[in-house]
Design a protein around this ligand. Structure first.
Ligand code: RIB
Length: 284
């Protein structure tokens, strides 16, 4: 049976400048090409889970502007439940400015708009399905949703931001990259649940109470753009664990999903469907 997941999270429209190398602080890089895609960590994780076979509801906010429809287009086309995406009367749809280098590395600046105005009182009530959340909206809202949720809670601590102990303690699964893991230190390992740390092309490790219980390396792929790889990893690991896959298998599935995401430009255009992930795993 399909996993049922609610994602509470950010909805952005990504403006992506593809350039030879990323600029250093104070440097100007010319000769880039520009594209725009639906993005935002919340929306990306929702679409990734949908494409991996879950039934998905997204809770979020957009502005009363033309960017909103563009930001939600792929989720709408994929059949996500968007009835809990509200229109903020004052704030614009969030915009993310990305620079992506030929190496696939990126830099991201987000103008948070409606995501940033999502205050806790705007939550409709406790969430009973499995919940995925990240930190591109106010921490008070994420904390309220997670601590009141009655099902499985996946907390993606991205981008790194100070979080209360109550939020960490509620998570059944915490997902961080290496940089975020260094920022949070031992705090994440004091949580009761699983902790996944992604390591880029070196794969990922899964920990329980500070002890590593699984490791996986991704299939080798040609990297075009790493944007969205962390988001698809979060969605894939959650979907696989909810399906009852053993932790090591779930981690391998998540690594393959993240790897495949790196082979196509753009956040949401690159999120793979389940059949493609399974085909890559079978070939590897
Ligand atoms: O994780 C990738 C996402 O981060 C992009 O889609 C961008 O919108 C930023 O939120």
């Amino acid at each position: 049976m399909s996993a049922r997941i609610t994602v509470l999270g950010s909805i952005n429209l990504d403006f992506v400048a593809s350039c030879e190398t990323l600029p250093s602080p104070g440097e100007t890089v010319t000769g880039a090409t520009l594209a725009r895609h639906p993005g935002g960590k919340g929306a990306n994780q929702a679409l990734a889970a949908l494409r991996l076979g879950a039934k998905v509801t997204l809770i979020g906010r957009v502005g009363d502007d033309p960017f909103a429809g563009e930001a939600l287009a792929l989720l709408k086309a994929g059949g996500a439940d968007l009835t809990h995406v509200a229109v903020d009367p004052k704030e614009p749809t969030a915009i993310a400015l990305l620079a992506v280098a030929r190496s696939g590395e990126n830099q991201i600046v987000v103008a948070s708009g409606a995501n940033g105005a999502f205050s806790p009182d705007l939550l409709a009530g406790p969430i009973s399905e499995a919940l995925i959340c990240q930190l591109e909206m106010p921490i008070e809202t994420v904390t309220k949703a997670a601590t009141e949720a009655t099902g499985f809670v996946c907390l993606n601590l991205a981008p790194a931001y100070p979080v209360p102990d109550a939020l960490l303690a509620r998570a059944d699964l915490i997902v961080v990259n290496e940089g975020e893991a260094a920022t949070y230190g031992d705090r994440i390992h004091q949580a009761q649940g699983l902790v996944a740390i992604t390591l880029g092309k070196r794969g990922a490790g899964l920990f329980k109470a500070g002890r590593q219980i699984a490791a996986a390396t991704p299939p080798s792929v040609e990297v075009v753009d790493t944007t969205g790889a962390g988001d698809s990893f979060v969605a894939a690991l959650t979907v696989a664990l909810l399906e009852g896959q053993p932790p090591a298998d779930a981690l391998a599935f998540a690594c393959a999903t993240g790897a495949l995401t790196c082979t196509v430009a753009g956040a949401q255009p690159s999120l793979p469907h389940r059949a493609a992930v399974e085909a890559l795993m079978a070939r590897a």
